[in-house]
Design a protein around this ligand. Sequence first.
Ligand SMILES: Nc1nc2c(ncn2[C@@H]2O[C@H](COP(=O)(O)OP(=O)(O)OP(=O)(O)O)[C@@H](O)[C@H]2O)c(=O)[nH]1
Ligand SMILES: [Mg+2]
Length: 389
Amino acid sequence: MDTPSHLFENKEFFEEIKEAMNKSQEEGAAKIMELLDQQKNTPLNIAITGECGSGKSTFVNALRGLSDDDENSAPTGPIETTKKATLYTHPKYPNVKIWDLPGIGTTKFPAAKYLEHVEFQKFDFFIIISDTRFRENDVKLAHEIQRMKKKFYFVRSKIDNDLRREQKKKGFNEEETVSKIRNNCIEGLQNEGLESPQVFLVSSSEPHKYDFSLLGETLEKQLPAHKRNALLLAMPIINLEIIGKKKKVFQDKIKYYAAVAVISSCFPVLDDVISEYQSGFGLDCESLQKLADRIGLPLSDLEAFMKSPLADKEMVKALFTDILSLSVRSACATVDSEKSNIFSAIGLIGSAALSCWSTYNSINRLLDMFVDGAQSVFTKVLDHVTANP
Ligand SMILES: Nc1nc2c(ncn2[C@@H]2O[C@H](COP(=O)(O)OP(=O)(O)OP(=O)(O)O)[C@@H](O)[C@H]2O)c(=O)[nH]1
Ligand SMILES: [Mg+2]
C-alpha cells in the first residue's frame, strides 16, 4: 500500500503508530495516546533575568497570561525583590516552566558562577530584561550564555512608561521614539562587544503592543521543532495570528484523535479535546471570568460575543454530537481521498476509514467554532479596551 507518511509531520511518530496498529488496533490507539501525551509533556524552561526592578516578575506574569494581582502570579512591585530563582509553572501548560531569576547584580556572582548557580543547562533560552540601557552585567551574562551555547534575547521593558514621558514633549512621534530607544539599546550592546544583538521593546502591561509578538515569533522560529508547540500553546493571545497558530497545533492532532475515537468505538478523549480547546483559546469559564474582571465587563457580555456557548462543556458535547451525526450522514459524498488515506495508511480501511473521516471532519468543525469564538472575543475585547483606555 502507498503510505502517505508525508501527511504525518513526524515520520517516526507515523512508523511507531503503524507498527503498533499491525499488532492490533487497540495497541495502535494506546500508542497514539502515548505519543500525544509525550508531545503534551515536552518540557520548555524559560529563564527570565535582569537587574533589580527591571520588570522580570511582571514579564513572567505577562508570559503566563496573568495580571499582577491574579492568584499564583509572581509578586511584583518596587519592594518585591526576586531574591532566589523561583519557578512559575504555566497555569494551563505545566510542561512550560518560567523561572524568575534574581538579577546577577543582586547575587554578586561573576557571570560564569551565576549561570552555574541557576543551573543554566536546564533552560531552553534566557531573556535578559532591562528598563534602561543594558548594563555591563547584562552584557557579561550574555557573553557567558553564548559561551555555554545557549540562546538569549534582550527585552527592554516598560516601554509604555517611556512613551508616556516622551508624549509630553513637543513634536512627539511614537515610531521615532520607539526606534530611538531600540537603536540606543543596540548601540550600547554593540559597544560592549555583542554582534548584531536583537532587542525587543515590550510593555508587560500591554503585551498586545510593541515587540511582544515579534519576540514570540522569534522564539518560535528559533526553538527546535519539538519545543515549538509547547511555546505556541502557552503564548497568551495577544493578536489574531496567535489564534491561527494555536489552531494549526490543534489541527495537526485531529487525525490521531479521530483514529482513537473510531478504534475505541466511542470518543474517550472528547472531554480532553474540549478542555484543550477551551483553555488553549482562553474560552474556559475561569479564563473568561478573569478577562471580564480585568476589562470591567460582565461575563455574560463576553459570552455573548461568541456564536456558541463554548465555555459550557456539556453544551459543547451536545453540539459535537449533532455535528458528528450530520457528518456521518454526508461522509460518503464528501470523502477527500488524500485525507482519508491518512487513516488507511495506518491500517484503518473501509468503513473504519470512512468513520474516521467523519470524526476528523467533525472535530475540525468543533475546532473552527473555538477559533471563531476566540477571534470574536479577542476583537471585541480589543475594541472595548481601545475605546476605554
Ligand atoms: N508601566 C510599566 N510598569 C512596569 C512594567 N513592568 C514592570 N513594571 C513595574 O516596575 C516595577 C518592578 O517590576 P517587577 O516586575 O517587580 O520587577 P523585578 O525585576 O521582578 O524586580 P525585582 O524582583 O525587585 O528585581 C513594578 O512596580 C511594576 O509594576 C511595564 O511593562 N510597564
Ligand atoms: Mg521580581
